[in-house]
Design a binder for this molecule. Structure first.
Ligand code: COA
Ligand code: MG
Length: 297
């Protein structure tokens, strides 16, 4: 399980690197993290303009209240673009890079080494550039845990359902709450938990359906995800809400803890509380809910 006391990272908003207006807006949005994109949201002809814009807006350190910042690079196999993206990203004031379409741990090792070389050249602290990465292919899914644990730089693993669906030849329209991708989504959440890093659920593409994204975000949390990707500002609030313990959950966790502590004081370790069976793992989850609540502040 991911154990940290840092604020929760529930919503991860993508911002295409060449869209200046969106870049400007991103600083004041309630996303917990922003992924500035140089990959698939940026047409090839716009890549250089996007790098220039990122340099214009992301050179100054972010204020403490601003979203955490990552820049998603093109895949290392597109060597020329990747090198230019990496050179751009390491000079920015960001927490780390986003690495798309990862299929093996070796790909991560190579990027880890490249980051170290850049950090040495810039006199930056070695290992200070973090990595969030995307798994978005059948091979990546099969290697998920090895990938998620391939470097101490990794802070989060995302499932990229659109590329995955293409690779698997899935129908164009997915079922509500991505029921047809439950196994794949679950696998990524579990691999990330095993590696002790954050996990980021798929994007919701129906921009007008806020009820739908709220339901899918709730389902993602029940699958064990710690956050979900967003592509539009309207998607941030439902994601943040779904990954924050509700008032009812907090009250119930407090109730259960009090009942359990009273039972333990009387020498019992497992009790029937209003028809619900309580024992240590349940109580640990109640404590976890209360800990999460303190991390949403
Ligand atoms: N980040 C920051 N601001 C955004 C935004 C984003 N991802 N998406 C939209 N906005 C802003 C717009 O600039 C607009 O602001 P304004 O009215 O103050 O100028 C406002 O939110 C409303 O936008 P809207 O008109 O509803 O969006 P759209 O129809 O123009 O664009 C998308 C819809 C999906 C094309 C756009 O949201 C987008 O590009 N999202 C990111 C896609 C992406 O990065 N994909 C790659 C990873 S999967
Ligand atoms: Mg993708």
């Amino acid at each position: 399980m991911l154990t940290t006391t840092k604020p929760l990272v529930r919503s991860w908003l993508y911002v295409p690197g060449q869209r200046e207006r969106m870049l400007q807006k991103s600083f004041s949005l309630a996303a917990d993290a922003v992924i500035y994109d140089l990959e698939d949201a940026v047409p090839i002809a716009e890549k250089q303009a996007a790098r220039r814009l990122l340099a214009k807006y992301l050179t100054e350190p972010a204020p403490a209240s601003a979203p955490r910042r990552f820049v998603r690079l093109n895949h290392p196999s597109r060597a020329e673009m990747f090198e230019a993206d990496l050179a751009c990203a390491v000079a920015l004031s960001i927490e780390g890079i986003g690495l798309p379409k990862v299929e093996t741990a070796d790909e991560v090792h190579a990027v880890d080494d490249a980051l170290t070389r850049h950090e040495e050249a810039l006199g930056a602290k070695l290992g200070s550039t973090r990595i969030m990465l995307l798994i978005e292919s059948p091979l990546g899914l099969v290697n998920a845990y090895e990938i998620a644990s391939a470097s101490s730089r990794i802070v989060a693993v995302a499932f990229g359902a659109e590329d995955f669906s293409r690779e698997m030849g899935l129908p164009l329209v997915k079922q509500a709450e991505a029921k047809d991708q439950l196994f794949a989504r679950s696998t990524i959440a579990i691999a990330a938990a095993a590696a002790g890093v954050e996990s980021i659920d798929i994007i919701w593409t129906d921009l007008n359906d806020i009820v739908g994204i709220a339901a899918e975000a709730g389902q993602a949390r029940r699958l064990g995800y710690t956050g979900k990707a967003a592509i539009h500002p309207d998607q941030i609030a439902p994601i943040n809400a779904a990954f924050s313990p509700s008032g009812d959950e907090i009250a119930y966790a407090q109730e259960v803890l009090a009942a359990y502590n009273a039972a333990v004081a009387e020498g019992t370790g497992a009790i029937n509380y209003k028809g619900a069976f309580l024992e240590e793992p349940v109580i640990a989850r109640a404590r976890h809910i209360l800990a999460l609540a303190t991390r949403t502040l």
